[in-house]
Design a binder for this molecule. Structure first.
Ligand SMILES: C[S@@+](CC[C@H](N)C(=O)[O-])C[C@H]1O[C@@H](n2cnc3c(N)ncnc32)[C@H](O)[C@@H]1O
Length: 181
């Protein structure tokens, strides 16, 4: 699938006594220290759970959440509310989602067919319920030969999003959100 999950651990602090979730893990083993969750019984899954339902974790009990190419399968506003509930204040969610102009964003089983750079912008608005999340990073990602465009496009993400995204479709968006303390 070509998803860069090694970056997950750069964003999410793992370690002894930390409860860090890797949601929609599939068969991906990212190493020690993560709780692998999926609703299908893949090898390496630690917990079977439907992420479209209330998450089986207590309020403010989780130290980090990582998920790649999963949010688009979910009713994502509902999921974000649950993520907010279970995260401890100051802790982060690391998301990789398909870019809305990528053809792979539009496969049938996706509930939300891809995300634009501005998709998480409204989290910054003080009156929005998700203002409880701070957007720490929001990065457009190209892969293969086009990866050299990453630094340039991320200097002008709004311009790219509006004028160039259909001409030169990015593959993914990497987003890091932090629950405000
Ligand atoms: C496109 S795969 C991505 C897998 C992996 N994260 C990766 O990057 O390769 C989506 C994964 O999310 C899981 N998934 C989809 N909807 C789910 C749900 N409602 N609850 C739990 N897992 C779900 C699927 O079983 C699958 O393993």
């Amino acid at each position: 699938m070509g998803i860069n999950l090694s970056r997950l651990k750069e964003f999410i602090e793992t370690g002894k006594g930390k409860r860090v979730l890797h949601l929609g893990c599939n068969v991906r083993d990212l190493g020690e220290g993560l709780i692998n969750v999926d609703y299908a019984r893949f090898p390496g899954v630690d917990l079977l759970a439907d992420l479209d339902q209330p998450l089986p974790f207590a309020d403010a009990s989780v130290d980090g959440i990582g998920m790649a190419h999963v949010l688009e399968h979910l009713r994502y506003m509902r999921f974000m509310r649950e993520a907010l509930r279970i995260l401890k204040p100051g802790k982060r969610v690391y998301l990789v989602v398909p870019y809305y102009t990528s053809h792979a964003a539009h496969i049938g089983e996706h509930v939300t067919p891809g995300f634009a750079w501005i998709a998480f912008d409204y989290f910054q608005q003080p009156n929005h319920p998700f203002h409880a999340f701070k957007v720490c990073s929001n990065r457009i990602v190209f892969r293969g030969k086009l990866k050299y465009l990453n630094p340039l496009v991320n200097c002008f993400p709004r311009f790219y999003d509006k004028w160039l995204a259909h001409l030169l479709p990015a593959v993914e968006l990497e987003v890091v959100l932090e629950k405000r303390a």
